[in-house]
Design a protein around this ligand. Structure first.
Ligand code: TRP
Length: 376
């Protein structure tokens, strides 16, 4: 049996998931989990790039993110949730890969530049902020993922990941630089060259009708919103249209919503046609249909969500993250071997990264060398 192609995707826990996530990426994840080996990363370390002062919020949002994903239909028996902070191989890989990307290349990354602008970071961002883009390369490559389902805003990160992987394989795997992306593994490269998979709706505007829908811009309709909240938020969408006979723009934010959420494309065409002609059709009527469609989409999620406890989330992420470490550790082993960094120092005595457990084994002050088991 050939192994299922591997997928890695993820989100930063900075708030709940919204309908922009759904059409941009979640929908693809739900479809692909059926026949792919699917990893869903919670990028809680990255959350510290902009919220280092709020560790409790990051922890809460980590739970919310997993709860939202489960409620949306990510199946814990098929997909694997990964809590980033619990995967030491990712941190190691980040450092190693950082040497393969020119600093100026990172700083030219358009997604980073956008974030600096839209979050008004100015020059006050931490060193770790641009580093997260390298960290994202490590997330993806640690799992040797072939496909990365993300929203369009993440495409620049995936492009950088591809560059790093090609360079790694060339430098340390002897893969000729003329090799096609699909052939890197066959040519001896450790890392597959991953592809981004952008969702059905590349960019959904927020309810301000201008900016992309985003947790941090406060313009989102959440998967966990009530029917009433959804109705109110859709009603706020501003189109600038004055009357039911004024010809409207059938590509405005309201129609982007109609296209994204109304189940019947024929109906959307009919509405758009009448809207463009100003054929006795009000914004309110369209908003009503759009809100009802969004509500129908998220209602089952809302119900499932309410039944998922923190304890269940914790049990799932513990079990899954353990499994994920096996994959990431194997990648790191191969990476270090290719980089001639293989010294075979036994690691099992460190029991992962939890110092308390090291103390369990060795008493309160582990004596590094004398107690290490000798290599056989
Ligand atoms: N930067 C992504 C976001 O905020 C989250 C993320 C971190 C991610 N690592 C990733 C997405 C790896 C895909 C693959 O949405």
């Amino acid at each position: 049996m050939t192994p299922r192609p591997r997928i890695l995707t993820g989100d930063t826990p900075t708030g709940r998931l919204h309908v922009g996530h759904y059409v941009g990426s979640l929908e693809n994840r739900l479809r692909l989990q059926r026949d792919h080996d699917c990893y869903v990363l919670v990028a809680n370390v990255h959350a510290f790039t902009t919220r280092a002062e709020h560790p409790a919020d990051i922890r809460r949002d980590t739970f919310e993110l997993v709860r939202d994903s489960l409620a949306a239909g990510i199946d814990p028996d098929r997909a694997t949730f990964v809590v980033q902070s619990e995967i030491p191989a990712i941190a190691e890989l980040t450092f190693l890969l950082a040497m393969l990307i020119p600093y100026a290349r990172v700083m030219r990354n358009p997604t980073l530049k956008d974030e600096i602008r839209s979050k008004r970071l100015g020059e006050h961002y931490s060193f770790g902020f641009p580093l997260y883009a390298v960290g994202q390369c490590a997330d993806i490559l640690a799992f040797r993922a072939h496909l990365v389902p993300v929203g369009e805003d993440q495409a620049a990160h995936i492009e950088m990941t591809r560059e790093v992987a090609r360079r790694f394989n060339h430098l340390y795997g002897g893969v000729p630089s003329t090799t096609h992306d699909e052939d890197h593994e066959r040519a001896g490269g450790v890392l597959p060259i991953p592809k981004a998979l952008i969702g059905r709706v590349a960019r959904l505007p927020g309810i301000d009708g201008v900016e992309k829908m985003s947790k941090s811009r406060g313009n989102a309709i959440y998967l966990s919103d009530s029917s009433e909240e959804i109705r109110k938020k859709v009603a706020r969408l501003h189109t600038g249209r004055q009357s039911v006979t004024e010809p409207g723009d059938p590509d405005n934010a309201l129609f982007q919503y109609a296209r994204a959420f109304l189940p019947d494309p024929e109906r959307v065409r009919e509405l758009a046609d009448r809207y463009a002609r100003g054929d006795n059709i009000g914004d309110a009527a369209i908003k009503h249909e759009v809100a009802a469609a969004i509500d129908a989409l998220v209602a089952p999620m809302r119900a499932r969500r309410a039944a998922i406890t923190d304890a269940q989330v914790l049990e799932i992420v513990r079990e899954h993250t353990r499994r994920a470490n096996a994959v990431a550790d194997e990648t790191l082993r191969r990476v270090k071997q290719a980089m001639r960094l293989d010294f075979d120092v036994p690691r099992d005595v460190f029991v992962g990264c939890n110092p308390a457990r090291v103390e369990d084994r060795f008493g309160s002050s582990p004596q590094p060398h004398s107690v290490l088991p000798r290599e056989r």
